[in-house]
Design a protein. Structure first.
Length: 279
């Protein structure tokens, strides 16, 4: 299963580039801000519309929020270089930065880990307790699923043999299956589970965590003027120091956005390069 994300990403690189030129984009007088669909479209809009409004204020140019109902369509858009600004999961960083014309700007402060979440009163306390249980997951192409599979197989637990995976379109849908008891557990990134806990007013707890990698990254297309790129970078970084900024960060369940250091995502590149060894 882990090899699937590598095949999924590599196959998508052959998509024909998006037809709107840079000059056409500039003529539109608007910037497109894409957010990968780790939650439902309505929830992404609820969390990130204030961000697009704040960027519109800072840039004095309209910033339009865009997301998709599926990971596949969002990645297709990213490969077509449709987005001017994009918040992407770590496994898509090599696609955007190495294969397309996106530049790294900032990342969420917290490391990206895959957690297996259960209800607080569940009788599941470890990965071994998950044997023969239904585990809800986001799409199989999701980084959080691949990290979990790697971690579980290293402990001798294999999907299809020891574990029953049921895939969903988003982490939000996956977590709701736990609340309705259609699944015993859900594989989720921490920022998704934190949002659902608040929305459902119910506590979850983690019974298993993967190793950590750098978190979700904000990238900007190279066609965007450097002064605009710098203004966006400075805006995201400054939010930890203002009340309005902290409110937006709290909605995203991160404490801050930090500059991306050189080679910081090499661990992700290595994971994708050697993913066959985990299959």
């Amino acid at each position: 299963m882990i090899i699937f994300i590598r095949q999924f990403i590599l196959a998508s690189l052959f998509i024909i580039p998006f037809s709107v030129s840079a000059t056409q984009k500039q003529a539109i007088k608007t910037y497109t801000f894409g957010v990968f669909p780790y939650l439902s479209v309505s929830t992404i809009n609820e969390i990130y519309l204030p961000v697009s409004k704040e960027l519109t204020r800072v840039l004095t140019t309209k910033v339009t929020l865009k997301t998709e109902s599926t990971h596949r369509q969002f990645l297709k858009n990213l490969n077509n270089e449709y987005y001017d600004i994009a918040l992407i999961p770590p496994f898509w960083y090599p696609v955007a930065v190495d294969k397309r014309n996106y530049l790294p700007i900032v990342k969420m402060q917290e490391a990206f880990v895959s957690k297996i979440m259960v209800l607080e009163n569940s009788d599941i306390y470890s990965a071994n307790d998950l044997k023969d249980k239904i585990i809800a997951t986001p799409p199989v192409s999701s980084p959080v699923v691949n990290l979990a599979v790697k971690s579980l197989t290293e402990q001798g637990m294999f999907p299809g043999r020891d574990l029953i995976f049921k895939h969903n379109e988003t982490a939000e849908e996956c977590l709701r299956k736990v609340f309705t008891k259609e699944a015993s557990a859900c594989i989720s990134p921490p920022y998704a589970s934190a949002h659902i806990e608040k929305a459902m007013n119910t506590k979850l707890r983690s019974v298993h965590s993967s190793s950590a990698i750098p978190s979700a990254a904000l990238v900007i297309h190279s066609r965007i003027d450097p002064t605009i790129r710098n203004a966006i970078r400075n805006s995201f970084i400054s939010w930890k120091d203002t009340n309005e900024g902290k409110t937006m960060l709290n909605r995203m369940h991160t404490k801050a956005y930090l500059p991306i250091q050189p080679n910081e995502y090499d661990v992700v590149r290595k994971f994708l390069k050697h993913s066959k060894s985990f299959h």
